[in-house]
Ligand binder design. Structure first.
Ligand code: DHB
Length: 492
């Protein structure tokens, strides 16, 4: 593949918007105010109308982030078609740039720096995922959203902002090329979590007071489909899941996600769990089977997935099956996995995986509790803060075992609103889901995306779920497969 992108020709320059602003914005899409840009991907040259930094609510809390970039192929203004799509039928690819629960500005046609740069595996200044989406004939959009480091960006601000952006697109469906009934959300990590939450909570009333406060368009916020890479989700149960999986691994290389010049910087700090951390790990590990069993998840044969008090059982075997499938497909695609003696093979067929061997290979990236830190030091603690307390707990375990100077718990309702698992019974859930979590990803337990995928399947949603071999915590690494899934569901 040849990558090249040129961004040229500004026909109309939009004025830059100041950070604090008290004016009321209008929600009507202005078709005539745009810049012309060009996407050069795979030998194609596609002229694009770029509508950038459009405020998507009437009364924004923060106009640095509550803005959306919309890119539309010029051909759609000339009754032309691309890849079988036209102005009425083109899916809208909705890419959020959220990482680390930090504030996010909208993505552009060119790959920006961290957080999305390193995590997407794309080099800075090469075509972004949005550029590839344009080459598929999609209308490519990216909303910004508030995040944890801003006083007014705490939960549930990010999901409220994404919903408001969806509403802006729906409100303008008649005047804007692209089909707002075919919005496909995509995100990675915290952005993958937000993508899943967006797909789980369509039109849910819990979010309406927040949307009304911002002056979001009075339309639906239900989306068509979800693509979610390595979602850091189900945060109120992710600590247990992490220790269920990694309890026996005491060496760690911990990721410190700190903020540097509005970028997420990731540093690796090595260490070994101390005796208190081991106790915390044991407590959390022991609590996980009860949570898992109360979910009442079923496999494809209709058999209940369970764990015994030791943490073994059919749910663990199912995760092993996904890993076996992952290793098998790597081998089928020519990868040599013979150095991993914990993969049991019969010829070229993977017959078993020694789970403990896999865990040694994977390693640990977080100390217990992985998300709700006892000293309130995690990014998630900051995400669940409020105007009084910058950082708060969101699990009863961490609250009871607090080691920070302050000790307060996030509002129960807000904790509920950040977890897609709480909404999957509802009518606003998207029908189509694609969930990927790399088999070399140790930012959250494999159980977390698996629980989400299985619950969705049990609710009769169409779910494409896999743990791609050797892939670390990242997203957008398989755009050909992603887009063939988008094309398939969009043409049904
Ligand atoms: C991200 C990674 C994490 O490990 C985490 O706890 C939260 C967010 C991220 O990359 O977005």
């Amino acid at each position: 593949m040849k990558f090249k992108i040129l961004t040229i020709c500004s026909s109309i320059l939009l004025g830059t918007i100041s950070h604090a602003d008290t004016k009321t914005y209008h929600l009507e899409f202005d078709k005539d105010t745009y810049k012309t840009e060009h996407v050069h991907v795979d030998g194609k040259d596609i002229e694009v109308r770029a509508y950038t930094n459009i405020v998507y609510v009437k009364h924004p809390a923060d106009i640095k982030y509550e803005v959306i970039n919309i890119y539309i192929p010029e051909q759609y203004f000339k009754n032309d078609s691309i890849n079988g799509y036209n102005a009425n039928t083109a899916p809208i690819f909705f890419q959020n740039n959220i990482g680390g629960y930090m504030p996010a500005t909208p993505a552009t046609l060119i790959q920006q720096g961290p957080p999305m740069g390193p995590r997407s595996g794309k080099n800075i200044n090469t075509p972004s995922t949005l550029a590839y989406a344009i080459a598929q004939g999609y209308v490519a959009v990216s909303p910004g959203a508030r995040g944890r480091t801003d006083r007014y960006g705490k939960a549930p601000a990010a999901i409220v902002d994404l919903k408001a952006a969806v509403r802006y697109l729906k409100y303008n469906d008649q005047v804007m090329p692209g089909d707002a009934n075919k919005i496909i959300s995509n995100g990675t990590s915290a952005g993958g979590a937000m993508s899943a939450l967006l797909g789980a909570t369509g039109d849910n009333k819990d979010y309406i007071p927040y949307l009304n406060k911002l002056g979001a368009a009075q339309t639906s916020d239900k989306i068509f489909a979800v693509s979610s890479y390595c979602p850091i989700t189900n945060l109120d149960h992710a600590d247990m899941a992490y220790e269920w999986q990694l309890n026996q691994i005491h060496d760690y290389k911990k990721m410190n996600i700190s903020m540097l010049d509005y970028k997420v910087e990731r540093k690796l700090v090595p260490g070994v769990l101390n005796s208190h951390e081991i106790k915390v790990s044991n407590d959390l590990k022991n609590a996980f089977p009860q949570y898992l069993n109360t979910l009442k998840l079923y496999d494809k044969e209709g058999k209940l997935l369970t764990l015994d008090s030791m943490g073994n059982g059919s749910f663990k075997n199912l995760i092993k099956d996904y890993l076996i499938r992952s290793a098998q497909s790597a081998i089928d695609n020519g990868k040599d996995l013979s150095s991993y003696e914990w993969i049991k093979k019969d010829g070229k067929k993977v017959v078993d995986i020694n789970f403990n061997g896999y865990l040694e290979y994977l390693g640990r990236a977080k100390t217990p509790p992985a998300f709700d830190a006892l000293d309130l030091s995690s990014g998630e603690n900051e995400e669940f803060g409020n105007l009084q307390h910058d950082k708060q707990h969101f699990t009863s375990y961490a609250l009871a075992n607090n080691q920070a100077k302050t000790n307060s718990m996030a509002d129960k309702k807000i904790i509920k609103m950040m977890n897609p698992m709480n909404y999957l019974n509802d009518s606003g859930v998207s029908q189509y889901w694609r969930i990927r979590h790399g088999a070399y990803d140790k930012d959250t337990s494999l159980a977390i995306p698996t629980i989400l995928a299985i619950r969705l399947e049990n609710k009769n949603k169409k779910v494409d779920f896999a743990l791609p071999w050797g892939v670390p915590h990242s997203g957008d690494y398989d755009l050909n497969e992603l887009f063939s899934w988008v094309n398939q569901i969009s043409r049904l």
